[in-house]
Write a new protein. Sequence first.
Length: 179
Amino acid sequence: MEQKTTIGKTILQCGALFGIVMVLEFVIGYVLNIDPQTNQTYGLLINLLNFLILPFVFCWMGANQFKTSNNGFISLGETLKIAVGMGAIASLIYGVFFWVFTFIFPDFIPELMEKVRSVTLQQNPNLSSAQIEMSLQFMEKFMEPYILIPSTILINCFVELIHGLVVGLIVKKEQPHSF
């Protein structure tokens, strides 16, 4: 007899896997000293992966896993629940990892701010030092854990909502109602 997978189990499995993949991307970039601020190709690749390709892949994977264990049926609502829940779990894992990482490596944020300052000055030489300082202060404030983690969750859930809608329209197969 086939064991039925619940939406919650699907969300946890796919969300944890997606979160781990995002953490590994960060760690690999850090270890190899590939900086998305100075290497725009790498930055574009990471953004495409994290906001377009991987959310779609994990949403598709979760929806199909649930559909398979649910006798081939899945509704649009169930797909949206899987997508948004998975985005929340993945973001939570990544956000907590980033916070712990910055706690372990306290020089990371100041070094990042200096790279951002340098790139900003190169790309926008007309900005005043006051404008640059204001934007860097805003960015640094955004990296506080009480702002970073909830905002990361909200952004990723919104992205996953869109992917869940697309995937849900593709894979949905409503269960027939018996009278």
